[in-house]
Design a protein around this ligand. Structure first.
Ligand SMILES: [Zn+2]
Ligand SMILES: [Zn+2]
Ligand SMILES: [Zn+2]
Length: 222
């Protein structure tokens, strides 16, 4: 269970675990009782303005990102805009995914407010972070398809049309097969293209140049 506030660990020092079930267990360094003065005085609740030693861990658990800038869950949720993406119950537990289907932007990947470190390791926000990353990858793919695939798809009918232009076709056939040359075309299509372009190049430099260039670009794209 990702979102329960139940605590399933007791710290090795014997004190209460400051985090919640499902998250990485913070080291003893962060034990509310054993911690250094510096850690105890860390402001962890933006809403109440309380420091770590002042909060009641039973009501207000903390979440510990890898960078070490821990906060109460409520403060971290506020930072992650969790309300925008989940329906929360009276105990601030997400009960459902919010109906809004707006794609996440990369701006929605919240990072640590102090050092902008990644919050990717926190399971509570896993879906938000992964969804934003997935949406970013999708956008990149669409952009790639538009930049690379679309020009190829648009050029194909144009070069085919040029190739099928009857006058040019007849002139080409007359030039290539003059003197009743017997041309044998067999093997895989790439080989046939090679044979034909060899024949054509012998008589004309311009014919087929457009479609052969396109063929190269298509191969690169694949
Ligand atoms: Zn558990
Ligand atoms: Zn302790
Ligand atoms: Zn940080």
């Amino acid at each position: 269970m990702l979102f329960t506030l139940q605590k399933c660990f007791v710290s090795t020092c014997g004190h209460q675990c400051p985090s919640v079930c499902g998250e990485i267990y913070p080291s003893e360094k962060y034990c509310q009782i054993c911690a250094s003065a510096e850690i105890k005085e860390t402001p962890v609740d933006f809403i109440l303005g309380e420091s770590y030693q002042e909060i009641n861990l039973t009501e207000n658990s903390c979440i510990f990102p890898k960078c070490g800038h821990f906060l109460t869950i409520e403060s971290m949720d506020g930072q992650m805009d969790l309300r925008k993406h989940y329906c929360l119950d009276d105990l601030e537990r997400p009960t459902a995914i919010s109906a809004s289907s707006t794609p996440f932007s990369i701006k929605d990947i919240r990072t640590c407010a102090t050092c902008r470190g990644s919050l990717r390791g926190l399971s509570r926000y896993g879906r938000l972070v992964r969804r934003a990353l997935l949406d970013k990858a999708t956008k990149k793919l669409i952009l790639y398809v538009n930049q690379r695939y679309m020009p190829l798809a648009q050029e194909l009918p144009r070069v085919l049309y040029e190739l099928q232009n009857r006058n040019r076709l007849e002139a080409l056939a007359a030039a290539v097969f003059r003197g009743n040359i017997q041309a044998r075309l067999d093997g895989p299509s790439a080989h046939q293209v090679e044979l034909m372009s060899y024949r054509i190049k012998k008589t004309s430099k311009v014919h087929w140049s457009g479609i052969l260039a396109l063929r190269c670009r298509l191969k690169e794209y694949q």
